[in-house]
Design a protein around this ligand. Structure first.
Ligand SMILES: C[S@@+](CC[C@H](N)C(=O)[O-])C[C@H]1O[C@@H](n2cnc3c(N)ncnc32)[C@H](O)[C@@H]1O
Length: 291
């Protein structure tokens, strides 16, 4: 696989290092071999699918999530836009959008060199060039993108990993042009746990998913960073079928008892997620705002 990535491995402070290594190890061990084995063959997604009433498969529902990102951002068909995907996984969303918004240029940012190698392979196998999709190896709180250079920035299930959400908001504000739009879709802890059992479930999910801290106080933080026109909506009813599928799969895999610690913790997190959503402790939402 040819590798030609922009950027160098970001320097990591000692304080951030343990968490960053947890994130990198988590994706390397729990996701990359699955993609090598053909996981999510159409979407190449590491996100939940958006289910509607039309009987979509899980993989097709994940493509629909990409479509939803474009709709909520408000990208128009022939727009000449610059669009940044923060925490781009193996490039599935960038490729999907680049194929549909052919006048726009995309940048996928990821802290994982291994995932970006997969993304580069996907980009070339889909016949897309570096002019259409740039791949940048960077921490999304400190990219090398020029100030005021982007029209749209989104983070699909990636902000949950950030140790300082405020640093990411500040970086997004820096790279967005005036009136540029920022969208993030993620897991939100929506109430304080009532008891020890609920607290344990939240910790199982956080640990198994390599979540640093749940997103909190985002409205206030976005406003003080300089964003306005903040809108927010739950998508949980649409992603619940995918959460239920992961729950059932996790139970089956856990019964085999063959996993490494990281994979086992990930499966326990998939199991906890359904319980947390049923308890209305965790919601899956989007937040959109404007610079
Ligand atoms: C759940 S995956 C979602 C990937 C992709 N958005 C998708 O929907 O397929 C979260 C992504 O965030 C990336 N990530 C986590 N921490 C990051 C950081 N500090 N800087 C950049 N990317 C990060 C991970 O490597 C991973 O690709």
């Amino acid at each position: 696989m040819k590798v030609n990535l922009k950027g160098i491995m970001p320097s990591i402070s000692a304080q951030d290092s343990a968490h960053t290594h947890h994130v990198l190890d988590y994706y390397a061990e729990c996701w990359l071999s699955r993609f090598s084995d053909g996981h999510n063959p159409k979407s190449k997604a590491m996100h939940l699918g958006y289910f509607t009433t039309d009987g979509l498969s899980n993989d097709d529902a994940k493509l629909k999530t990409n479509q939803l990102i474009a709709e909520i951002l408000g990208i128009s068909k022939n727009e000449n836009a610059t669009i940044v995907d923060l925490g781009c996984g193996i490039g599935g969303t960038c490729v999907y959008l680049a194929q549909r918004f052919s006048n726009s240029a995309f940048t996928g940012v990821n802290i994982s060199k291994e995932q970006l190698k997969f993304a580069e392979h996907l980009r070339s196998s889909e016949g897309l060039t570096e002019e259409r999709i740039q791949l940048e190896l960077a921490d999304y709180a400190k990219t090398s993108l020029k100030s005021s250079s982007s029209n749209y920035v989104f983070a699909l299930e990636s902000l949950c990993h950030a140790q300082s959400k405020e640093s990411v908001y500040a970086e997004v504000h820096r790279i967005l042009a005036d009136k540029g739009v920022f969208l993030f879709v993620d897991y939100f802890e929506i109430r304080v746990p009532d008891n020890r059992e609920e607290e344990d479930l939240l910790n199982i999910f956080r640990n198994g998913w390599a979540v640093s801290q749940y997103i909190r106080d985002h409205k206030q933080q976005l406003l003080s960073t300089g964003f306005h026109s903040i809108t927010e909506q739950s998508l949980v009813d649409h992603v619940k079928p995918g959460i239920d599928i992961s729950y059932e799969t996790a139970i089956r895999k856990l019964e085999k008892n063959e996993s490494t610690d990281l994979v086992r913790n990930h499966l326990l997190a998939c199991k906890a997620l359904k319980q947390l959503v049923d308890l209305e402790l965790i919601d899956y939402r989007y937040v959109r705002c404007v610079k």
